[in-house]
Design a protein around this ligand. Structure first.
Ligand code: ADP
Length: 368
């Protein structure tokens, strides 16, 4: 356990210094701006400008919203902080957005951070001490929290206090510092990598599903309206079909299509313009891009349809294995172009058809 010197002022704790001289200025932490570490600044600004703020504008995930509405209403009636919530699912499906919506519906502020930003004990302690009553703390990529941060989080989540020791040798004392009742919303692309004890401390666990083309067309029309882009139903649907079931991708594509329409068609988006610009971006009718296709082609051309391990694929196509697992694979699995087996990844007959390969006699048996 890490040892701390805690300085008290008239209004509570002023600062905390750990053995390794890590200094936490509690007052300063309270003023800390919200942090989110995964996207660059302009991406983040764009995403924030189009994020739905309430249940009314959050599209899709119908079952999940139904459950959440009941939970929120119950917690309001009880006048208690919401239970801790874990959202899991591939990136871009709306986990961060949902945390903001919940905050808004509960009428409480949301503090956003991500596990890689909570590397040192001071980071997690600082952020916990800066919370206010009923506030929501959103931790993205929560499966990447280190052991020390997790240990600090357990009593904070369970009983709302921090356990700290001060003093040396015989004079060592354990101090329990009370925290305000808060709600932790964790988001992860890999629920399986969360440690058991951490996972067990979430009262509510929900998986976010890929969106249907109809839902994504709604997302696209909503975003187009905010960005003042004119788009009809058919064009929105054409983009939606190639958005890999993911609102973040749909929102990116509408901007690219709009750019193309400005250059080629006086800004008017038609179905034909939408399809042409997506063809130029090399996004096929399944929504696959070059990385997806390279992955699938490699398995077909070099490994006769598979199975082959993810590390081998990663080395061969020069793409980080974590990106392949988190970003590419979930969608390929979902649309039946890839399968996970104990011996590695393999493709399906549909992959051969989609990419225009003939199924040879040798792999006929293993594929069916
Ligand atoms: P995640 O946290 O799961 O990676 P985000 O919440 O950051 O995903 O969402 C990515 C983008 O997609 C945001 O810009 C948001 O506006 C949009 N988005 C996500 N979910 C929805 C939804 N249900 N309705 C409308 N837009 C959405």
């Amino acid at each position: 356990m890490i040892n701390y010197v805690i300085m008290f002022g008239r209004r509570g704790i002023l600062s905390i210094i750990s053995d390794d001289n890590d200094f936490i200025n509690v007052k300063q932490e309270k003023k800390n701006p919200v942090v989110k570490t995964d996207a660059n600044d302009s991406d983040r600004a764009f995403e924030n400008s189009i994020r739905p703020k309430d249940f009314g504008s959050y599209i899709g995930q119908t079952n999940l919203l139904k459950h959440l509405k009941i939970t929120i209403e119950a917690s309001k009636k009880r006048e208690k902080a919401l239970d801790h919530i874990l959202f899991y699912g591939p990136p871009g499906l709306g986990k961060t957005t949902l945390a903001g919506v919940i905050g808004n519906e509960m009428g409480v502020p949301v503090k956003i951070t991500s596990a890689p930003a909570l590397e040192r004990p001071r980071d997690i302690i600082g952020i916990l001490m800066s919370l206010e009553e009923n506030q929501i703390l959103f931790i993205d990529e929560i499966h990447r929290l280190n052991k020390v941060a997790e240990e600090i989080l357990y009593p904070a989540m369970e009983d709302f206090y921090l356990d700290m020791t001060t003093g040396k040798a015989q004079t060592v004392k354990t101090l329990r510092i009370p925290l305000p009742k808060f709600t932790l919303i964790g988001a992860t692309t890999k629920a399986g990598e969360l440690s058991g004890p951490l996972r067990d401390r979430f009262g509510i666990v929900h998986r976010l599903e890929f969106y249907t083309p109809v839902e994504l067309a709604q997302v696209i029309k909503r975003t187009a309206k905010i960005l003042d882009i004119e788009i009809d139903e058919k064009s929105a649907y054409a983009i939606a079909r190639r958005s890999r079931g993911t609102p973040r991708i749909a929102n990116r594509l509408i901007k690219r299509v709009s750019d193309y329409a400005i250059v080629k068609n006086d800004g008017k988006i038609t179905e034909d313009i939408a399809n042409k610009s997506l063809d130029i971006l090399e996004i096929d009718e399944y929504g696959l891009d070059n990385t997806d296709r390279n992955l699938l082609k490699l398995i077909i051309e070099k490994y006769d349809g598979g199975p082959v391990g993810i590390e081998t694929i990663s080395a061969a196509i020069g793409e980080d294995s974590r990106t392949l697992e988190d970003v590419c694979e979930p969608y390929l699995l979902q649309c039946g172009l890839l399968q996970r087996t104990p011996r590695g990844r393999k493709v399906t007959p549909e992959t051969y058809r989609h990419l225009g390969y003939k199924i040879s006699n040798s792999n006929q048996q293993s594929l069916f």
